[in-house]
Design a protein around this ligand. Sequence first.
Ligand SMILES: [Zn+2]
Ligand SMILES: [Zn+2]
Length: 145
Amino acid sequence: MINDDEKVRAIFRDNVGRRRRHERWLFGAFAVFVVSVLAASLDRSWAWRPMGWLPFLAWLVTAGLIVLAPPLMCGCCNKTLDKALARYCPECGADAIERPGPHKLAVCDHCASCHRTLTRGRRRSRRWKIRFCTYCGALLDETGV
Ligand SMILES: [Zn+2]
Ligand SMILES: [Zn+2]
C-alpha cells in the first residue's frame, strides 16, 4: 500500500515537472512575442520588415503551447485534475465539498472540512492547490501544486 502511494505521488511529480517545463517555454514564446511587437512598433524602418514574421510566429507558438499544455493527471485514477472539482476537496482530501445550490446563499464551492473557498478565477483558472485527487481522494503532493 505504501509503495502504491509512493508511486501515485511520483507520477504526479512527473506531471508537475512536465507542466513546469512547458510553462517556461510558454513564457519564453510570449516574451519573444512582446519584445518583437515592441521592437516593431518602436522602429518600423529596420525592425518590422526583416522581423515581420517574428511576432506572428511567436504568437502562433504561444497559442499552440497553451492548447497543448500537458494535463495534470492523477496517478491513481488517471483523471485530469487541472480545472475540475469533483467529489473530494483538493486541499484537504475530505469528502465535504458544498456546492452553491439555487437555494443557498453561497456563491462558490466551499469545503466544509477545511473551510476553503474553492473558486475559479476568470477564464476558469483554478484558485486552489492540488494536494489530493478530487476524483478518488488519493494524496498527490503534500505541499500542493
Ligand atoms: Zn485520482
Ligand atoms: Zn477541504
